[in-house]
Design a binder for this molecule. Structure first.
Ligand code: ARG
Length: 459
């Protein structure tokens, strides 16, 4: 069945129909399409285009159709061009041609699909947010289980300064919290319904687009019917929010992969979240983390593909826009697979806190503490930096740690370097000295955790 046979003498070629068909991916919009049809039937009634009896019969037929779709009794056929075509066939079969044929008045697949796509994405955003919250919870939980553990913080992947493990884990949680914020912001912009825009110019039938919008859970209808049917920046922005989430998860995953190597030995993966090798019996591989890293690339590709699809399209609707859905559907599907696995992997990591503590001072990570201690004694930072650097050179030459330099060695480097400097030459001393807001001191990290948890409660 087609929605546009009148002006054609013949049907489409087989290859034309095959190219055109989209039910293999847009069928998931069916429940939203039916919800749209119910709302549309009600505004047709209010505009006097259906009477009460017709409205009741229409709604009853739509209910039967919804049930049959849900049970799988009604499915699209190869002859149905898209989800809208299939469901109109389903409606005609249930309501009869006369009544069923009245529903299409004042709407177009162009405003329908733009509306249903938004609805599907808004629901998906909630599922993605909930899966992301589980990952954040797993990070916060690990942070709470290790309030005092330290590790060498890194820049350039080199040992930089000691930090609390909880501080590091919460840094990942902060990024994910922003990803959640992006979804919320996006939702506010996407809460406008294009239904009633028609093909592009709006409706002449006295229908109320706001009534439809409210029934479908939108805040309002769109201001501009051309924009309503032509714009897909909501899809691209959503694609970006998911790609960014994927990239943030990938950075966490990359660290887990490194931490899990024999050389680092920071963590052990739980058996449930690791895989083996078909040939090397000893292997225990971090596949969850690697798939996260891999799928992040796929999410980025979905976004760039969609942007490329959009970039040269004149207003309003073009059939190119049928290509807008698969990349975003795919990003959602991939994240729905990933998020529970990452939450499981992170939540069950065993951190080797003894080894982390041993490594924390390695590579002279306390050198900055020496320099800043000197600054507190009144030494200008340039000179303090030089002196601390010289301490590193002396210690390195004789294979010692900074805390093992003798009183004489310290004094020879700089007269202000008295034995009292040793108060910052412990990991605890260093970490607790960084006590400004946002710093790694245990008290500040605990406060950060509290703020984060209260912000999570508001998501
Ligand atoms: N299936 C199309 C899409 O997903 C909607 C149909 C609009 N077709 C048309 N000829 N205007 O974009």
């Amino acid at each position: 069945m087609k929605l546009w046979g009148g002006r054609f003498a013949g049907g489409p070629a087989e290859a034309m129909a095959a190219l055109s068909a989209s039910t293999h991916f847009d069928w998931r919009l069916a429940p939203y399409d039916i919800a749209g049809s119910r709302a549309h039937a009600r505004v047709l009634r209010r505009a006097g285009l259906l009477d009460d009896g017709e409205l009741d019969a229409m709604l009853a037929a739509l209910d039967r159709l919804a049930k049959d779709v849900e049970s799988g009794q009604f499915t699209p056929t190869v002859a149905d061009e898209d989800v809208h075509t299939a469901l109109e066939r389903g409606l005609l079969e249930r309501a009869g041609d006369e009544l069923g044929g009245k529903l299409r008045a004042g709407r177009s697949r162009n405003d329908q699909v733009a509306t249903l796509f938004r609805m599907w994405l808004r629901d998906a955003a909630r599922r993605i947010a909930s899966g992301t919250l589980d990952v954040v919870d797993a990070l916060v939980d690990q942070a709470e289980r290790h309030p005092e553990a330290v590790l060498p913080g890194r820049t350039h992947l080199q040992h930089a300064q000691p930090v609390l493990l909880a501080h590091h884990l919460l840094a990942h949680a902060q990024a994910l919290l922003r990803d959640l914020g992006r979804l919320t912001d996006w939702d506010a912009r996407t809460a406008e319904s294009p239904y009633g825009s028609g093909a592009l110019a709006g409706s002449s039938l006295g229908l109320d687009p706001d009534a439809v919008a409210h029934e479908l859970g939108f805040v309002s209808s769109v201001d501009n019917s051309i924009d309503g049917t032509a714009s897909r920046d909501f899809a691209a922005e959503f694609g970006f929010a998911l790609a960014m989430l994927g990239v943030n998860l990938s950075r966490l995953a990359e660290e887990v992969i490194i931490w899990n190597t024999a050389e680092f030995s920071y963590v052990t993966l739980d058996d449930a979240w690791a895989t083996g090798s078909s040939i090397m019996p000893q292997k225990k591989n971090p596949d969850v983390a690697e798939l996260t890293r891999g799928k992040a690339g796929r999410l980025v590709g979905n976004l760039t593909g969609l942007l490329a699809t959009l970039k040269a399209q004149p207003l309003a609707y073009n059939r190119d826009l049928q290509e807008d859905k698969e990349p975003v559907f795919d990003s959602v599907e991939q994240l729905e697979l990933l998020l529970p696995a990452i939450a499981g992997m992170v939540g069950t990591l065993t951190f080797h806190t003894g080894r982390l503590a041993e490594l924390a001072p390695a590579g002279f990570t306390l050198a900055t503490d020496v320099a800043e201690w000197l600054v507190r004694q009144g030494v200008p930072f340039r000179a303090a930096h030089e002196a601390a650097g010289e301490c590193v050179r002396v210690a390195e030459t004789r294979g010692a740690g900074l805390d093992e330099l003798t009183d004489d060695e310290l004094a020879a480097v700089h007269p202000a370097l008295t034995p009292a400097v040793r108060e910052v030459l412990t990991i605890e001393g260093s970490v607790s000295s960084r006590d400004a807001r946002g710093g790694t001191a245990p008290q500040r990290v605990a406060e950060q955790r509290d703020r984060l948890v209260s912000r999570l409660a508001a998501v």
